[in-house]
Design a protein around this ligand. Structure first.
Ligand code: HEC
Ligand code: HEC
Ligand code: HEC
Length: 153
């Protein structure tokens, strides 16, 4: 056991000494990209800045001064409609699945987002409706109202 531990410490040390090699060993998450379509901005920009594009208008205007005209193209529901598709088994991943477009990277980067507590994590057409939906909707409305009041203060 001890020897194994010491060996891993040495290995860790080596990775720290040669960071680029260490990085190359870390598997990058597989990200599914919709075929035959284009993102709202170029890929590199999106990779770096998507979080800024999709923050609430209120936040954008206040913190980053991004103007309202550019709003429409960064709608979160549009991101989901294009990026979240059914897998080979016909199942559309939810935000609790590693497969979900928004999750693979975030897990890798240890980022957590709360957006899907309120926003749909799948295209509307892939969400099965049931009779319990109305109750859920009411609950959500209550939550949103409370949140809005909290934000305004
Ligand atoms: C507590 C509920 C709640 C949470 C959590 C939440 N939102 Fe929202 N979001 C809303 C409501 C309500 C609206 C307004 C919808 C409207 O005006 O039609 C909205 C609107 C938006 C819009 C503009 C409309 C659209 O469809 O794109 C974006 C973009 C957005 N939210 C992104 C996010 C992101 C990103 C997160 C996570 C960081 C997030 N939201 C978390 C409730 C929430
Ligand atoms: C009409 C389809 C479409 C819409 C809408 C769309 N995307 Fe994309 N997105 C793509 C495609 C296709 C790519 C792959 C790169 C490319 O070809 O532009 C991509 C790439 C990305 C990447 C980089 C992925 C990687 O491999 O690094 C991120 C992050 C991203 N999109 C986030 C978003 C967000 C957030 C939104 C909503 C504001 C959004 N996308 C809206 C199609 C779309
Ligand atoms: C290519 C990888 C990748 C994809 C795909 C991706 N993200 Fe991210 N996202 C990141 C990284 C990395 C960060 C952390 C950036 C930082 O901290 O500077 C992040 C941060 C965020 C944040 C800010 C979190 C915070 O705590 O401030 C939000 C909101 C967000 N992403 C939403 C989304 C949504 C919604 C999707 C799917 C439509 C998505 N992301 C897809 C890599 C990705």
């Amino acid at each position: 056991m001890t020897r194994f531990l010491r060996l891993s410490l040495i290995l860790t040390g080596l990775i720290m000494l040669f960071p680029s090699q260490g990085m190359a060993e870390t598997p990058f998450p597989i990200i599914h990209e919709p075929e035959g379509k284009e993102c709202v901005e170029d890929e590199d920009d999106m990779r770096r800045n998507h979080m800024n594009y999709i923050r609430h208008q209120r936040d954008k205007t206040m913190r980053e001064g991004i103007r309202a005209e550019s709003e429409g193209s960064y709608s979160l529901s549009k991101c989901i409609d294009c990026h979240v598709e059914a897998n080979d088994k016909g199942v559309t991943p939810t935000h609790n699945d590693k497969e979900h477009f928004c999750v693979a990277c975030h897990e890798y980067a240890a980022v957590q987002i709360d957006c899907f507590q309120c926003h749909a994590d799948r295209p509307q057409k892939n969400i099965k409706r049931s009779s319990s939906d109305q109750a859920l909707k009411d609950q959500l409305q209550e939550m949103l109202a409370a949140k809005d009041m909290g934000d305004v203060q």
